[in-house]
Design a protein around this ligand. Structure first.
Ligand code: BYC
Length: 470
């Protein structure tokens, strides 16, 4: 079904057939716009070259054009419905999926949707000042693309809350605009979304590591027996791919520039030459990776076992798994700290599903690291290169919380950990250096000196295209 852009709220869910729902969402819309005005991008612009979905099919979901940011058409888009879709896992496996929320799963589904919804505006809030220091118009445009789509992902969750959870859902939709990233009084729900994203290296790390958690969480919600949630997440995943592209290629470009300066000046410390040294890149990587690992919840969780058994949240690529998809009685091995060592423990697979998802995520994260080391190798830089720190490093959630584990996976005492901290996580001096490089470059085709230019423009446009007009 194509998207109706004549409606105040563009949608492919026949919103005009349900007047009550339409009115409820139309009364939420001005509050969303007010939030966007107050908490969205701070940099004023005339228009931005953006992609907007005009239908969910292959041809229509990526239409490019110049858009005035406050007039972006945030809408409600669900992937096409598969009339024969059946539940793929858990105790209801094989039965038809649900178009309505079953009473007994109301609270749990609402919780999952609220947690997912809360992350979307949080990231816009975290990134709101980055427009003031973009390294090029190309990057600035990518930032705004990510921001408008996170705003649309908020709409996606708010639609589900309004359409399926009655008064409680409407209250939760309000609360999504009232919590704010980093607020003392009403912070965002998950840890990583209360951290700052003060500079573009952090932004690239965030879009590489934290948006990738989004990919994996959305992938599990796409398996949900609650079909509207599944279809919503399926479409969100398409948009999410570009966010991770921004992260992957952003870090590519920072690493490439570091490598060029290392060769040119025959040194590892490229700080005096306006680059970011590999040691600092590694520290930013360590921080964003470990904070993102926390987003998967505890290694053992009865919540996740209940979600799975009830059919609310599946596993990554559930239908490709070669097992019974019910997992009663299945066991799995996972690492945990014990008496100063890290050992493998056998646990019921059902309660270890957060760990299961994290394993797939970690393998995916590793592909970026391999790619960045390949860039270094292509400049003749061998040696240890960049790496993912140990899964227990710097963790606040799960079995490793409270432990002192080095990036290389040694269990150490608190004093040793504190002494090592400045070489593992960004120090005030590292942050000050990165911050000092953050100067806006807004001339078409020009690019800041701390990163390499992108390989290609957006949608076939040249690099010197005016992606943003002021
Ligand atoms: N910070 O049983 P446990 C994205 C809470 S990112 C604070 O171990 P569970 C995006 C937890 O809520 C994807 N609290 O974990 C990316 C629970 O509290 P309650 C977002 C945390 O429930 C970039 C308690 O601790 N989507 O889309 O199995 C830009 C015990 O937890 C944290 C989702 O997360 C934390 N890090 O799993 C934009 C999907 N971790 O319930 C967007 C929906 C845990 O006892 N959420 N807690 O009060 C979920 O599936 C699960 O709630 C979680 C946690 C995976 C988050």
């Amino acid at each position: 079904m194509s998207i109706d852009y004549t409606d105040r709220i563009p949608n492919n869910v026949s919103l005009s057939d349900d007047r009550r729902l339409q009115r409820a969402l139309e009364s939420w819309q001005p509050r969303f716009l007010q939030w966007w005005g107050e908490m969205g991008p701070t940099l004023p612009t005339q228009d931005v070259y953006l992609r907007t979905a005009v239908s969910v099919g292959r041809e229509g979901w990526a239409n490019f054009g110049r858009v005035k940011l406050p007039e972006y058409r945030w809408g409600i888009f669900l992937a096409e419905r598969d009339q024969d879709r059946r539940i793929a896992f858990g105790q209801h496996k094989g039965k038809p999926v649900w178009q309505q929320v079953p009473g007994e799963h109301r609270a749990a589904l609402q919780r999952l949707i609220v947690v997912q919804g809360d992350t979307e505006p949080a990231s816009v809030e975290q990134q709101r000042r980055l427009g003031l220091t973009a390294p090029s118009l190309y990057d600035l445009r990518n930032l705004f693309q990510v921001n408008v789509e996170e705003g649309r992902h908020l709409w996606a969750m708010v639609y589900l809350l309004h359409a399926h959870f009655g008064r409680a859902g409407r209250d939760e939709a309000e609360a999504l605009l009232q919590r704010h990233s980093g607020s003392d009084d009403s912070p965002r729900i998950l840890g990583a979304f209360n951290e700052e994203t003060p500079d573009w290296l952090s932004f690239f790390m965030f879009t590489y590591f934290t948006d990738r958690d989004g990919k994996y969480q959305l992938g599990t919600l796409k398996e949900s027996a609650f079909d509207p949630l599944s279809r919503t997440c399926e479409f969100m995943l398409k948009e999410e791919a570009h966010h991770m592209f921004v992260g992957t290629t952003g870090i590519d470009r920072v690493v490439q520039r570091a490598a060029e300066l290392m060769c040119e000046h025959d040194t590892d410390d490229v700080t005096p030459f306006g680059g970011i040294s590999l040691a600092v890149i590694q520290k930013y990587l360590n921080f964003h990776y470990s904070v993102s690992l926390d987003l998967f919840g505890g290694e053992t969780s009865t919540n996740v076992a209940n979600y799975f058994t009830a059919g609310l949240k599946g596993r990554w690529q559930e239908e490709r798994r070669d097992d019974d998809h019910v997992l009663t009685g299945a066991m799995t091995a996972l690492p945990r700290p014990e008496g100063g060592r890290i050992v493998e423990a056998e646990l019921p697979a059902l309660t270890a599903l957060n760990h299961d998802l994290r394993v797939a995520y970690i393998a995916d994260c590793q592909t970026g690291v391999t790619r960045w080391n390949r860039i270094l190798a292509s400049h003749g830089i061998s040696g240890p290169g960049l790496y993912l720190p140990h899964v227990g490093f710097n963790r606040q959630v799960g079995v490793f919380a409270g432990c002192h584990i080095t990036p290389r996976g040694e269990v150490v005492d608190a004093a040793t950990w504190q002494a090592g901290r400045p070489s593992w996580l960004p120090t005030p001096a590292d942050k000050a250096h990165v911050e000092s490089l953050m100067r806006p470059v807004y001339e078409p085709g020009k690019i800041a000196a701390w990163l390499a230019p992108p390989r290609n423009g957006i949608n076939g446009q040249p690099l010197d295209y005016t992606y943003v007009r002021f």
